[in-house]
Structures are given as C-alpha cells and as structure tokens.
Design a protein around this ligand. Structure first.
Ligand code: NAP
Length: 343
C-alpha cells in the first residue's frame, strides 16, 4: 500500500448504471475510508459533484494515454465503463504493467464483461440446454473468440498469465431495477439498465410492445444492488486473498435466476397498454428492420444461460427472484415515460 496506507482505486464508468451502483455501495460502507478513489469522468459538472463526495476526479475520456497514467498510480482498477473497448482495457493493462515494473507489486484489475459472451443465434425461436458454469474453465475456454466481449476478455486473461496483474472478470447478465442512492439523486449516475429499458423504449416508439421472434429464448438476470454487491465481494476477496480465482479461473457470472424473454415482453406490453402506450396488451414480433434500428441486431432474441458458482463460493448471497424482475418492470416503464415527458 502507499505511504498514506489507503488503497488507491481507479473507477471508470462512475456516471453509469453499473459503475454508479458499485461506487455508491463502496461509499456507503463503514470501511469506505480504506479507499482513495479516483474516477475518470467525461462530464465536468458531474466531476464537480463527485468531488463534493470526496472522490478524486479526472475529466477526460479513454482517448490517448490518460488511462495509462491513472492505472499506473492505482492498486486497483475497477473498469465498469465499456466491456468492448479494447483500447481502454489495453491502456489500463499498460498502466498496471508500469506500476508492477516500478513497485514490484501485483495490482488488481476488475474488468466488466457480460453474459452476452454466451449468446447463440436463436432469434427468439427457441431456448437451449447449453448452460455455462463460471467454475468450468474448460467450458469457458471453449467459447469462440468471435463471441461478444471475448476479444477484450482474452487480452485481460493473457495479462494475468504474464504475471504483472491479477485479473477478475465480472460478467453481469440482464441487470434490472432502478439504481438508487446519492449518486442518482444528485444526477451523477444513470439509474437505468440497458436491455429491458431498451426494449421498453423501442416499444413506446412503435406504439406497440415488441419482442424478437416469439420470445422463446432465455437469459439470466440479476438485480442492480446484488450485482454491485458481487463486484464488492470479488474486490474484497481479491484484496484479502491472493488465491482468489483470477486470470483464466477469474470469470464471475452475475446471475440469480432466469427468465424467458416473452414473459418480460408480455409484462411491459401489458403495462404500456394500461398506460395507453401500446395498441394491444400482447407483444408482437419486431420486424427485421425494427430489430436493426432499435438494437443493431437480434441480440434480444439470443439465449444466454449461466450459473454463477464462483462469486457464491466467495460468499455472495443474492436473494432476488424472477418475480422481483417482473415486479421491477412497471416502475421502470413509469420512470421511462416520466423521463420522456421531462418530469
Ligand atoms: N446494464 C446491463 O445489464 C449490463 C449487463 C452486462 C454487461 N453490461 C456492460 O457493462 C458496461 C457498462 O454498462 P452500464 O449499463 O453501466 O452502461 P451505462 O449506464 O451507459 O454507463 C457507461 C459508463 O461508461 C462511461 N463511458 C463510456 N465510454 C466512455 C469513454 N470513452 N470515456 C469515459 N467514460 C466512458 C459513461 O460515461 P458518460 O456518463 O460520460 O456517458 C458511463 O459512466 C457496458 O459495456 C455494458 O455492455 C451491462
């Protein structure tokens, strides 16, 4: 540790849904003083607000060498901003490598990926029996390099293998629920997830609840607060025990149950119908054109089935169920409609 005995932690994505929730959790903990936190943010106003909460802030983006310098000054990097930005991940690794060369210490990199890495091409037409377990290293390593997020994940694992960094890859599934806390209240972080809110917004835009294909595909889910807690538990384990699975063993799926896409689509379509935003209470299939326009492809029609064994072995105990996921949809729809009205 540094002369001030604090753990220097760099966080990316603090203004985002995941990063904001994780940062909020770290700030709310009684041992928050253990960390000296630096956040790289793009928005000057949000940076000022974060500074008011005791966070060191640097205004900037991933372009150039900013991340290299910031990572070189950190014991831990918590990268929640973008699962697919290879330049950002490589910049962080470069900085951590410099740190190792200068101090001989082995820093910690917690990277955010996603269970999108497990997806198939079901297009909503069927489910699958293929279930990936994060404790099954051979199964994870059988994933083709062409899968989503995989190119970045493999760089991260390769860095761990070199020995200058211990890497931990957290792979959330469908995160749901409105994020809450001071960061949201102050307008610093984004309270909305991506997948379900994206489908709701597309449905509002076309005036009819939609789904990809028949919505027969299946995904895992995790509540935002429980996902944030999983990041904290992985980080804590990484800090306290060098034997915490890392590198090729360091994949941590965030899931606590599964849902069929139809069931979620049916739920938001009913709510949209009740609120006068959907022609019928039954979801209809997005046309190919709509799927491209709203989602850039049929991502919402894929299967992704995962078992998160690793974090549970570290003591993670999520309790939210698929009923909680379905119950989160009405407040999500209402918040999106209020946001669109400018309330
Ligand atoms: N939400 C989910 O259910 C989920 C599940 C699995 C994986 N993921 C992945 O996790 C990542 C984060 O997701 P999220 O839901 O938290 O997204 P989000 O709410 O959109 O947050 C993204 C964060 O990254 C920051 N960021 C993006 N590009 C940046 C850049 N070039 N320089 C500096 N900061 C940058 C954003 O800053 P600004 O505020 O300035 O835009 C924001 O703080 C994504 O890659 C996503 O695909 C998400």
């Amino acid at each position: 540790m540094s002369a001030d005995h604090k753990i220097h932690l760099l966080i990316t994505g603090a203004t985002g849904y995941i990063g904001g929730a994780v940062l909020q959790l770290l700030l709310d903990r009684p041992d928050a003083h253990r960390f000296s936190i630096t956040a790289l943010v793009r928005d000057e106003t949000k940076a000022k607000k974060l500074a008011g909460l005791g966070i060191e802030t640097v205004v900037g983006s991933f372009a150039g060498d900013t991340l290299v310098h910031l990572a070189a000054a950190s014991h831990v990097v918590l990268h929640t901003a973008n699962a697919d930005d290879l330049h950002a991940a490589n910049s962080i690794l470069k900085g951590l490598k410099q740190r190792h060369a200068q101090t001989g210490a082995v820093p910690i990199f917690v990277h955010t990926s996603g269970t999108g890495v497990l997806t198939d091409k079901a297009a909503g037409d069927h489910d699958t029996d293929v279930i990936y377990d994060d404790a099954n290293v051979d199964q994870i390593e059988s994933l083709p390099t062409t899968q989503a997020h995989r190119n970045v994940d493999l760089q991260v694992v390769a860095a761990d293998k070199e020995g200058y960094v211990r890497t931990f890859i957290v792979l959330p599934s469908t995160i749901y629920g409105l994020a809450t806390g001071t960061l949201v209240d102050l307008g610093i972080s984004n309270p909305h997830s991506q997948q379900i809110p994206g489908a709701i917004k597309a449905s509002i835009d076309r005036g009819q609840g939609g789904m990809v294909g028949e919505g027969k595909n299946v995904w895992p889910h995790v509540h935002i607060n429980e996902q944030a807690d999983m990041f904290r538990i992985v980080l804590e384990a990484a800090l306290t025990d060098v034997n915490t699975p890392h590198g090729r063993e360091g994949f941590y799926f965030g899931e606590n149950g599964e849902y069929r896409l139809y069931d979620v689509a049916k739920t938001y379509t009913q709510v949209l119908y009740d609120l006068g935003k959907s022609k019928t209470p039954e979801p209809t299939t997005f046309t190919e054109e709509e799927t491209l326009k709203y989602f850039g492809g049929s991502y919402l029609g894929t299967n992704s089935r995962a078992r998160g064994s690793r974090a549970r072995l570290l003591g993670w105990k999520p309790v939210k169920t698929t009923d909680d996921l379905l119950a989160s949809i009405r407040p999500e729809v209402e918040a999106i409609i209020a946001q669109q009205k400018g309330d």
